[in-house]
Design a protein around this ligand. Structure first.
Ligand code: LMR
Length: 400
């Protein structure tokens, strides 16, 4: 009965790792998936995460019972505080419904399913370009993605005018997906002043903001600074959604730990929203896993561990920033044609290099460097040892 099933293509991002794993070259380098690596090129488990896991393992009261459908209550409260700020009026007034979900993707999907069922508009405006999984998540949930202009290939910066024009002509009530910080794939974020203009436009048109926050703390090294875009919106008292991931900022990739928060106008609305989120979640995966959320809650509620986390997080962010400088310097030293200043201007995990599909294919074939075909490289996968190899490959690709 399955004889006629067509072979599906690999995922544009995770498929890069599949191809990388098949390559036997000793110099191969995976700059595809956004996953942090140490200077030695190894995955990193944060010390504070190991400490939290030790505490959990040694706590005899810990059992493996089901969590509630909405997840671990402490985790949800602490996650909302982390993104909205401890003094957020929305939290103090109990206007936020937060549910633990399966990392950023699961949080987006639960939010999208909820909106498809309960919200009057099914158009969701997403930036052009955006993370490749966004349109798929929203389409599968029954929303209808439309693009708004975001990136200007000429300046390798923000097309702010295009963004404002496209959101101005969106139908009233449309949902708008915003990357809270460290836009993926471009590494280009609006300034605080631009966020304020975006907020005014979104509110004046009655659009509904849906934030994807996958990199809080990773862009600037500061958890507060990287949540500022979200907080500007919450401060005006209006509604918004926020999907949080702990994959990058706590290095909990495979634990699949994240949260969806829906900021409502009143506590009563928030409690009804939460009751409906349970109906979304129960038939999808019943209730979320306990381990990753327990790690996060353990760290967030202990002042000492929280501080240790912020130090480790800042070290990861700083290493990425230093990779940007090293790559930029290496291209300058080689006299590689072109303006590469965007490498140091863009922020977060990725550099949107401007290399085209053919140049990427050349670098993979000749230099065993793996990256997404849109020219995005994960700076987090680079080290001082591998920068020269990447710079040689880029130089060869643009001068051939
Ligand atoms: C990425 O963009 O590389 C990450 O967010 C990982 C993923 O799931 O695609």
């Amino acid at each position: 009965v399955f004889a006629n099933i067509a072979k599906a293509p690999e995922d544009p991002i995770l498929g890069v790792t599949v191809a990388y794993n098949k390559d036997s070259s000793p110099i191969k380098l995976n700059l595809g998936v956004g996953a942090y690596r140490t200077e030695e090129g190894k995955p990193l488990v944060l010390n504070v995460v190991r400490r939290a896991e030790q505490l959990l393992v040694n706590d005899p009261s810990r059992v493996k019972e089901y969590l509630p459908i909405t997840g671990l209550a402490d985790f949800n409260k602490l996650s909302a505080k982390l993104i909205f700020g401890a003094d957020s009026p929305a939290i103090q007034e109990n206007r936020v419904a937060t549910v633990q979900c399966l990392s950023g993707t699961g949080s987006l999907r639960v939010g999208a399913e909820f909106l498809a069922k309960h919200y009057h508009q099914n158009s969701i405006y997403i930036p052009q370009p955006t993370w490749g999984n966004h349109p798929k998540v929203f389409t599968m949930a029954g929303l209808s993605p439309k693009y708004y202009r975001y990136y200007d290939p000429e300046t390798r910066g923000l097309n702010f005018q295009g963004l404002l024009e496209d959101l101005s002509s969106a139908p009233s009530g449309a949902i708008v997906l915003l990357h809270a910080c460290a836009h993926n794939p471009t590494g280009v974020d609006p300034t605080v002043e631009q966020w304020e203009q975006i907020r005014q436009l979104i509110r004046s048109k009655g659009l509904l903001p849906f934030f994807d926050s996958a990199y809080q703390g990773f862009a600037s090294g500061s958890l507060d600074a990287d949540a500022q875009s979200v907080r500007i919106f919450v401060a005006d008292g209006g509604e918004c959604l926020a999907a949080q991931s702990y994959a990058k900022n706590m290095g909990l990739y495979g634990e699949r730990v994240g949260a969806l928060s829906i900021v409502c106008r009143t506590a009563d609305v928030a409690s009804r929203v939460e009751s409906q989120l349970k109906l979304v979640i129960r038939p999808m995966y019943s209730n979320p896993p306990i381990h990753g959320a327990s790690i996060v809650a353990t760290i967030l509620k202990d002042r000492d561990m929280y501080n240790e986390w912020t130090i480790e997080l800042k070290a990861m962010a700083d290493r990425i920033i230093s990779m940007r400088q090293q790559l930029f310097d290496a291209l300058r030293d080689r006299g590689t044609p072109g303006d590469w200043s965007h490498i140091i201007k863009q922020i977060g995990m990725f550099t949107f290099t401007g290399l085209n599909t053919e140049q990427v294919a050349f670098m993979t074939k000749e230099y065993h460097i793996y990256m997404t075909s849109d020219g995005r490289i994960s700076m987090a996968g680079l080290s001082s040892r591998t920068v020269p190899h990447l710079a040689d490959a880029i130089h060869a690709a643009v001068t051939r």
